[in-house]
Design a protein. Structure first.
Lengths: 257, 716, 524
């Protein structure tokens, strides 16, 4: 077994500098498209090209709704006036944090257990969550642990648009979690349904089924974005002052929560 | 005086019971049996208590049989203990008759009632018999009535066969035991036990061993020792539900009584061989019993095998006692016998409790198969609670009685360190290891029983209909459960009582060794060194003295007089402290920690499936499968079926697996006997050719032999 | 077997029952219902054709059932077509001969309502019986994709289908929410307490109705769907869809795009295999090896992201070529990174070979014999680990694969260790292919304009998990009328269900990890 020890020493430390410092390694995030001012025709074209309706154009002003962006790159490839993509990854959109019996509180700041429910995702979001366990991101050093049982879980991570068959298991998982608890919708499909929902077998995101505290858009959101969301959930990072995501706000009113 | 009155009353009530049982209408029989039986048990209890307390044994001649001598009734403390146990078991079982006998109204319940009281009387007679003749007569009556009662539900052919096997093996055992007793009687020239006892000292070692073997295996039949227990599982399963508690709680004890009476009371122990044999047989019985119990799904068969296990444990304690007596360590022998009697009594209590509960479950839930029960604790909470007490007792968990006796048994085996012979010590060590393994398997077995039977989801529609039984079912359960708890929490009183029974046998008292009063510094307990006592006082050993009724239980292993090693268990204190801590935890958790929060109740987490069906939960077979796999060499299952069915050459429609096992004792001990007999018969069959000439030759040959013998005899 | 040979062989067995037309490597056999079983049975069992899939299409007056078989380049493809009037809902089942068609027929029954006569286990497949009532046929034209079903009458008395009959047998349920990071699927493990005798997977908890959502949508929108239903192999599926559309529209993809397509496909394969190996190490709880391989997987994700902008290669494949050109320098950097990563993979393979405790848990676990692999139509690395040497890049080359020769690794044992070895070997081959593809990527355009046409075609690709088939029918308005996906996981899940019996319960996660079955890919 000493070969593994030697191999480990040879490999060295790979951990990302985030969250102490920003991580600028190439390929670590796909970025999100940025809005801007365009000629009216170009703006309408951009709005019409987006398959999930994330781009709205008004008087040449192009606004991108990150909660609907499915990274189709139609707004930047094979188009005359492309949108620019950001290089960041702190994309968390927060709804109210006071659901489910109170804030998570101080004991959870450095030790939190997550349960991940796959409500119909394509595999990419789940794979990015898996990468959080790899030496590059190593969420254990930040106090996040994954548990297979909801009875021990503090935060529920949902990926996928909530298919018809996964609706009941998701609700059962949520109800089996003790308070205080938080729900994080990971990925555009979980936030707004992406291009899958709503349909005869799929919802338009987790907010239609459960009250969502934190949403991370992206298809898929890179591990650093998910890490940022987790840190936000326990209060170690502040959410950027960005307008509350439109679809989440809509869903809340829908639900009457 | 009280004894005579009690015994007379008991006898009269039994006779009344027989008569009434035969006369009264069928519907009324269960109530008659219940009331009379319960009432009859009380004077017997009094008589037994008197016999136990009175230090002077008494003999009473009844009738005189020409050429055989008087039929004696002999009571002493040992008989008293057994009488008390029998009375308690019969009391509870009698009340239970009111609950379960009505189901058997289709059979000849009048005969049942008559036999019931006759059996009661005959058991008491066995215990009080003072000479070989009355002992054997009482034994036979008891045997035959047991056979009649076991085969009571005779519509099932299997019941008849099981009862017949029981009769056969019982008679063989009775014959062997009678032979052993007669050997002693011939040597003594008289039939009564007192004469046997005084004459047994001059018996040759070979004869002593022969008597031991004959009586040990002869009485061992009723006790359920390997290899003469082939009949036990089948008979206990076949016996009707109202009778089984008596079978397991009263008649099983008689076998052990016989072994103890002959080998500890009548025979002097001169060699360690009897003790070693008893140890080994006891260990094997315990292991075999619990192994088959762990892998069985029928409740009655499960507890039958468990009875074999417990009889084995008692025999282990007997064996230890015999060895210690032979090695001239009378105090240790006394301890061993006290422990054996304690376990015997405990077993009678919790086994009758469990069998009564089984009868109730069978009646209410309609099935005895563990794979079809489940969830009964919601439907029969009181029965479930009582069964839980029984399960905790039989699994030897504190603070119930099973813990005390099994812990003491193990401790007694550890005392073998004080013996000299290395070989004997090795045997003790192995038997101790076997006992430990048995205890572990017992926990598995009874966890399986209680979990599969009472907890979880109900597995069949019949079990869904289960409901609490009537009072006549709950009262005996409650009584026995309370006794189980009591005997576990107040062991020092029990030991004191049992010590009276053991003292005449072992010539020494075990009470001081088991319950040394060293919590007091009174000077007349000078066996214990002063500084030692003071040390324990400083440790707080006298806490609660005067408040708690029993200070505790100690086996002192005296190493050096300055630093004795002490093994102690204090069930009384345990219960008090445990209760106190639980209360404290409850107050803290409910009163302080979670006061502001509601306690959420949610169904069991099942992975998010729609409904957890009964077929998705563990079955009893699945739970005990690892044991079946590990001890494969003992079970040796034969595969009956292992087929795969496919449709359209691709869809697996069925995989059928079935195997059957033959009990190891049957395989090793029983099957060879008829096989050998047949082989010998085949050998002799060769003589029968059918040729007339050969037969004439045989006749001539036998004539010649007779002639020669006659000549030889007359020539002398 | 040339088409003429095929025609004469079929004529011997069912004369007058079929009509064969051959165009361009594909033979279309229109047959009568009575001859269906004979033709398909002979193709599959006697002449060793592989079964790609069954596509059911509802036309205005009839059902068209298309059974696709393929062999090597010389023999090409055979589409067996069966036309059945719309009112007639029963069709003969070919499952007795073509075992690989088992789940195809069950899916068609659930989604279209067609009854396959002779199939013993229809129902409770895509639409679970305890969630949907009979008669819901979502793939029929009259059913709307975006309105929820008004009335739900599930069968509350559903019980699991039991195969094991033994005293004390029970069914252990696992999932759909189980383990830490597993996809949602429900398993029913039949056992008597020690070994699991039979595992019944109940999938389609993640059914998103991709095929239904695609109907009536533009090609561009369906391209987005094809990329996103199984995003860990997004590029491969998008490529298959693009090839189908290109075949319909008869578009010529420029050579640089073909070469770069090969480059990107192999990059995806390399990254996917690294993830699969990490999953195997994780399942055997060899944490150090799992971490080491996870580092390599993240490295490959970053290489993909740096090269193309997206870690999973989204938005690259378009009908006609690629959506954007990749700079040669960037490609070379990526290639060097991949070469280095494969060297580290080789080192890890050497070290894993020396870990006897690791090998103990993989060897002789999850046996799939060659006979079973063939008869259940297994594809991809797990089929090649059982001796079935079929790789679409080799036997039916596409893009620039015919110009980038490589060897196809094959093993014979069919156990977990063989499957692991195949993953390592294919990773090495991928890098070799990437080198050759980059060398052949001459400068030039990367996309050609597409003129929409009506028609239907089959696009195929050797995705990292195995052969994937996309059937696309475009109607006159330029929208997609029917989109049928046969992903590799669909074929391989059947193999797991049908052939893995009598395994220890502790081996269950390891078997699943070595088989690398994707639930999202299967469920669509």
């Amino acid at each position: 077994m000493s070969q593994w020890v030697r191999q480990g020493l040879r490999t060295g430390t790979k951990t990302s500098p985030y969250p102490a410092q920003p991580d600028t390694s190439p390929g670590v995030t796909p970025g999100l498209p940025q809005g801007g001012t365009f000629a009216p025709g170009a703006a309408e074209l951009l709005a019409s090209r987006c398959p999930s309706g994330a781009i709205t154009a008004r008087n040449g002003q192009v606004v991108v709704d990150p909660g609907r962006c499915i990274h189709s790159y139609r707004c930047t490839r094979q188009i005359s006036s492309p949108l620019a993509f950001s290089r960041d990854y702190e994309w968390t959109l927060a709804a109210s944090t006071d659901h489910h019996g109170g804030r998570l509180g101080k004991p959870f700041t450095r030790s939190v257990h997550l349960i991940v429910v796959d409500a119909g995702d394509c595999g990419a979001c789940l794979n990015e969550v898996r990468q959080l366990n790899s030496p590059y991101y190593n969420m254990h050093r930040l106090g996040f642990f994954i548990t297979p049982t909801p009875r021990h879980a503090d935060i529920l991570l949902v990926v996928g648009p909530v298919t018809d068959q996964m609706r009941a298991p998701l609700l059962k998982t949520y109800e089996a979690m003790p308070t205080p608890k938080k729900v994080i919708a990971v990925g555009t499909c979980a936030v707004s349904g992406g291009i899958f929902g709503p349909s005869f077998v799929s919802e338009a995101g987790v907010a239609r089924v459960l009250p969502v505290d934190i949403a991370v858009p992206g298809q898929p959101p890179p591990p650093l974005a998910i890490l940022h969301a987790l840190l936000t959930a326990v209060g170690r990072k502040a959410v950027r002052t960005a307008p509350v995501h439109q679809s989440v706000a809509d869903e809340k009113e829908h639900h009457g929560v | 005086m009280a004894f005579d009155l009690g015994l007379l009353l008991f006898a009269v009530l039994c006779v009344v019971g027989v008569v009434l049982g035969l006369v009264v209408s069928r519907r009324a029989v269960p109530l008659v049996v219940a009331w009379l039986g319960a009432v009859a048990a009380l004077p017997l209890l009094v008589a037994g208590s008197v016999a136990l307390i009175d230090p002077v044994p008494l003999s009473q001649a009844l009738w005189s049989i020409p050429a055989l001598g008087p039929m004696l009734l002999h009571r002493d403390a040992l008989a008293g203990v057994f009488l008390i146990i029998t009375a308690i078991v019969f009391f509870a079982a009698a009340i239970f008759q009111a609950n379960s006998l009505p189901r058997l109204l289709g059979h000849n319940v009048r005969a049942y009632a008559a036999w019931f009281f006759a059996l009661f009387a005959s058991i008491a007679w066995v215990l009080l018999a003072g000479d070989v003749f009355s002992f054997l007569v009482a034994w036979e009556i008891m045997s035959i009535i047991s056979y009649l009662l076991v085969g009571f539900e005779d519509e099932n052919e299997q019941h008849g066969r099981a009862a017949y096997l029981m009769l056969g093996v019982s008679e063989a055992g009775a014959l062997a035991a009678a032979f052993g007793l007669l050997l002693l009687a011939v040597h003594a020239g008289s039939l009564d036990f007192a004469a046997l006892k005084s004459a047994a000292g001059t018996l040759s070692p070979g004869a002593q061993l022969a008597v031991f073997l004959l009586t040990f295996f002869g009485f061992g039949v009723k006790a359920g020792l390997v290899p003469v227990n082939v009949w036990l599982p089948g008979a206990y399963t076949a016996a009707p539900a109202p009778f089984v508690p008596v079978l397991a709680g009263a008649t099983l004890n008689l076998g052990l009584y016989g072994i103890l009476r002959v080998n500890a009371d009548l025979l002097p122990a001169s060699s360690t061989a009897p003790g070693i044999i008893a140890l080994i047989v006891g260990t094997i019985s315990a292991l075999v019993g619990i192994l088959y119990a762990t892998t069985d799904n029928d409740l009655k068969t499960l507890f039958a095998h468990s009875s074999i296990e417990n009889a084995g444990i008692v025999t282990i304690a007997f064996g230890a006692g015999f060895v210690f007596t032979a090695a001239a360590k009378p105090v240790l022998a006394a301890i061993a016998f006290v422990v054996a009697l304690y376990h015997l009594g405990n077993h009678a209590l919790y086994k009758s409790l469990l069998f009564i509960g089984t009868g109730i479950v069978d009646d209410r839930a309609g099935t005895r198969d563990l794979d079809r029960l489940g969830g009964l604790i919601h439907r029969m909470p009181w029965t479930g609670a009582a069964m839980l007490v029984g399960v905790l007792s039989i699994a030897a968990l504190p603070p119930f009685n099973g813990f005390v006796s099994e812990w003491l048994t193990l401790q007694t085996l550890l005392r073998s360190a004080e013996l000299d012979s290395v070989g004997v010590k090795i045997v003790f060590a192995l038997c101790g290891a076997g006992l430990a393994l048995t205890a572990a398997l017992a926990v598995t077995c009874f966890a399986k029983f209680f979990a599969m039977g009472f907890l979880g989801i109900t597995r069949s529609p019949e079990a869904e209909q289960a409901a609490e039984p009537t009072r006549s079912g709950l009262v005996p359960l409650a009584l026995l459960a309370v006794l189980c708890f009591g005997l576990g929490v107040l062991p020092t009183y029990v030991i004191g009582a049992l010590d009276r029974a053991v003292q005449p046998i072992a010539q020494r008292s075990a009470a001081l060794a088991l319950v040394p009063p060293f919590f007091e510094t009174s000077p007349d307990h000078g066996r214990l060194p002063e500084p030692f006592v003071r040390e324990f006082h400083d440790l707080g050993a006298q806490v609660g003295q005067g408040l708690a009724p029993a200070p505790g239980l100690v086996i002192l292993h005296r190493g050096e007089s300055a630093n004795p090693v002490v093994f102690a268990a204090a069930p009384t204190y345990l219960v008090l402290v445990l209760g106190g801590l639980l209360l404290l935890v409850y107050v803290v958790v409910r009163g302080i920690a979670t006061r502001a929060r509601a306690v959420a109740r949610a169904p069991c987490w099942d992975g998010g499936i729609k409904r957890l069906l009964p077929e998705m939960t563990y079955t009893a077979t699945g739970f005990s499968n690892p044991v079946r796999v590990i001890f494969h060499a003992i079970f040796r299952p034969t595969v009956v079926e292992d087929t795969r069915e496919t449709v359209a050459e691709h869809f697996r429609t069925a995989i059928r697996r079935e195997s059957e096992t033959v009990h190891i004792v049957e395989r090793i001990a029983m099957r060879p006997i008829p096989r050998a007999a047949l082989a010998i018969a085949r050998l002799f069959a060769r003589m029968h050719h059918g040729l007339l000439n050969a037969y004439v030759a045989y006749a001539l040959l036998s004539l010649l032999i007779v002639f020669l013998v006659f000549t030889a005899l007359t020539a002398r | 077997m040339t088409p003429t040979e095929l025609e004469s062989a079929l004529a011997l067995r069912c004369p007058g029952q079929f009509v064969l037309e051959h165009t361009d490597g594909t033979s279309v056999v229109r047959c009568k219902p009575g001859a269906l079983q004979t033709i398909c049975g002979n193709l599959f069992l006697d002449w060793d054709w592989a079964f790609a899939g069954l596509t059911v299409e509802e036309h205005s007056g009839h059902w068209e059932l298309r059974y696709v078989f393929y062999r090597d380049r010389a023999a090409g493809w055979v589409h067996v077509l069966l036309d059945v009037p719309l009112e007639q809902r029963t069709v003969p089942s070919i499952v007795k001969y073509v075992h690989a068609a088992d789940w195809h027929e069950r899916e068609a029954e659930d989604l279209f309502g067609l009854r396959f006569e002779g199939h013993p286990r229809l129902g409770d497949f895509v639409l679970h019986d305890d969630a949907w009532q009979e008669g819901v046929e979502p793939m029929r034209h009259g059913f709307s994709a975006y309105t929820p079903v008004s009335e739900r009458r599930p069968n509350h008395g559903w019980t699991p289908h039991r195969v094991l009959h033994a005293p004390g047998a029970f069914v252990m349920p696992i999932g759909p929410v189980f383990a830490g990071l597993a996809e949602s699927a429900h398993f029913l493990l039949e056992t008597v307490g020690e070994d699991v005798v039979r595992a019944l997977p109940r999938l389609f908890y993640k059914y998103r109705g991709i095929e239904k959502l695609a109907e009536g949508r533009s090609i561009d929108h369906v391209l987005a769907l094809s990329e996103r239903f199984a995003a860990t192999t997004a590029f491969a599926h998008a490529l298959a869809f693009c090839r189908a559309v290109e075949l319909v529209c008869q578009a010529e993809v420029p050579p640089r795009a073909q070469a770069l397509r090969v480059f990107l496909a192999e990059l995806e394969r390399l990254r996917h295999h690294a993830g699969a190996i990490a999953g195997i190490c994780e399942s055997t709880a060899l944490a150090v090896a799992a971490s080491q391989v996870a580092i390599l997987e993240e490295d490959l994700l970053r290489v993909s992201g740096a090269l193309t902008g997206h870690r999973y290669l989204f938005g690259l494949a378009v009908p006609g070529g690629l959506a954007t050109d990749l700079a040669d320098a960037g490609c070379r950097t990526a290639l060097h990174a991949c070469i280095e990563i494969v060297e580290r993979l080789n080192d890890l393979e050497r070290m894993l070979r020396l870990s006897s405790s690791f090998l103990d848990r993989l060897e002789e676990v999850g046996y799939i014999r060659e006979k079973e692999a063939r008869s259940f139509g297994l594809v991809g690395p797990i089929a090649r680990a059982s001796g079935v040497a079929r790789d679409l890049r080799d036997i039916q080359p596409y893009a620039a694969y015919s110009e980038c020769p490589f060897s196809v690794p094959v093993e014979q044992e069919g156990d977990g260790y063989a499957r692991l070895r195949i993953l390592f070997a294919e990773a090495r081959e991928s890098v070799r292919i990437m080198e050759q593809a980059l060398a052949r990527a001459a400068s030039g355009p990367v996309s050609a304009p597409l003129r929409a046409r009506a028609g239907a075609a089959l696009g195929w690709v050797e995705a990292p998990r195995g052969a994937a088939f996309h059937w696309v029918r475009i109607d006159t308005s330029g929208t997609v009328a029917r989109y049928r996906i046969v992903p590799p996981s669909f074929s391989n899940w059947l193999g797991f269900h049908a052939s893995v019996e009598d395994f220890a319960y502790q081996d269950f996660p390891i078997i699943l990890a070595t088989l690398d079955l994707s639930v999202s890919e299967n469920d669509r």
